[in-house]
Ligand binder design. Structure first.
Ligand code: NAD
Length: 299
């Protein structure tokens, strides 16, 4: 019977399913990096989400490990190449979160268009600011999707159903309907990023590219912190080049730097704390996929 350590929160019913199938599950879903380094040698499997990092030094201590299961998509917090060199499989649950992210992005776009967060703030402060709250509609507007993978394509389908014109760019997909980044920036009223993190996409939207957008564009960032240059975005918001932005991911989580405090503090910015995948349904789907993987490797 394989020993599995759950290092980040996983749905209860998935834990029960793994135990019923004979996996020896320990749950320490707030384990610190130091504690994990102490105990990892005892386990044949670990389950992590975005909080727990798995660098090469930790992998070197994992003498019995067969599999690292990442509940969710991003593998940038795991040294995958090093794990594979050591014969440790790395698996994730790529489909499970997509709809949760798509629904958040749609909600954020409408919230930006209709000044929902400013309206709510004013009401709570006892101010009736109806005259200043005339918004716009997303129907008929062009949504530019950067990164047309699982989430990007699902967002495109649902945005079309709301009457948006959808254009996308993705250099790794051969499709004549796709645009290059420059052309997408020139036509989009809304831009939403759905690219992976890493060196290639770092500061994909930098000061130069932000200047190539339509003046008054709205930007939604729910991909990976660092794919939008936060300093450049702050300046573009201050100058009015970007009319508003909704941010779910940051270069530093939770944000501590002065720049990030200034950025999330702008009235035309809506900020959420990396909640793209945080729905009951996604948690259950991730749990189901994690359980199936754990059972296949360890039961
Ligand atoms: P995916 O791998 O299916 O799609 C990513 C797409 O980006 C691919 O089609 C790829 O070809 C494309 N791409 C790569 N480099 C590019 C570039 N330079 N320009 C344009 N396109 C490029 O991934 P996904 O499941 O759609 O996830 C997208 C992103 O969302 C990931 O970064 C993931 O970590 C993130 N995510 C965030 C949350 C959240 O809580 N906010 C939740 C889930 C996923």
């Amino acid at each position: 019977m394989g020993k599995l350590l759950i290092c980040d929160p996983v749905d209860e019913s998935a834990i029960e399913e793994m135990r019923n199938a004979g996996v020896d599950v320990d749950v320490r879903d707030d384990i610190s990096a130091e504690e994990l380094a102490e105990v990892i040698g005892e386990y044949e499997g670990i389950v992590v989400r975005s909080r727990t990092k798995v660098p090469s030094a930790l992998i070197d201590r994992a003498t019995s490990l067969k599999v690292i299961i990442r509940g969710g998509v991003g593998l940038d917090s795991i040294d995958v190449a090093h794990a594979q060199e050591k014969g440790i499989a790395v698996r994730n649950t790529p489909e499970a979160n997509s709809n949760a992210v798509v629904e958040l992005v749609l909600g954020l776009m409408i919230a930006l268009a209709r000044n929902v967060t400013s309206a709510d703030k004013a009401m709570k402060e006892g101010r009736w600011t109806k005259k200043q709250l005339q918004g716009t509609e997303i129907e008929g507007k062009t949504l530019g999707i950067i990164g047309f993978g699982r989430i990007g394509q699902m967002l495109g389908d649902k945005a079309k159903a709301l009457g948006m014109e959808v254009r996308a760019c993705d250099p790794y997909i051969a499709d004549s309907d796709l645009l290059c980044l420059e052309d997408l920036l020139a036509v989009a009223d809304y831009i939403s990023l759905h690219v992976p993190g890493g060196a290639e996409t770092k500061n994909l939207l930098d000061a130069e590219n932000l200047q190539k957008t339509k003046r008054g564009v709205f930007i939604v960032q729910a991909s990976r912190g660092g794919t939008v240059d936060e300093q450049a975005l702050y300046e573009a918001l201050e100058s009015g080049q970007v009319a508003g932005a909704a941010l779910d991911v940051y270069t530093e989580e939770p944000p501590k730097s002065e720049l990030l405090h200034k950025l999330v503090g702008l009235p035309q910015v809506i900020a959420t704390p990396h909640i793209g995948a945080a729905t009951e349904e996604a948690l259950a789907r991730v749990g189901g996929e994690v359980a199936a993987l754990a059972i296949s490797y360890l039961a």
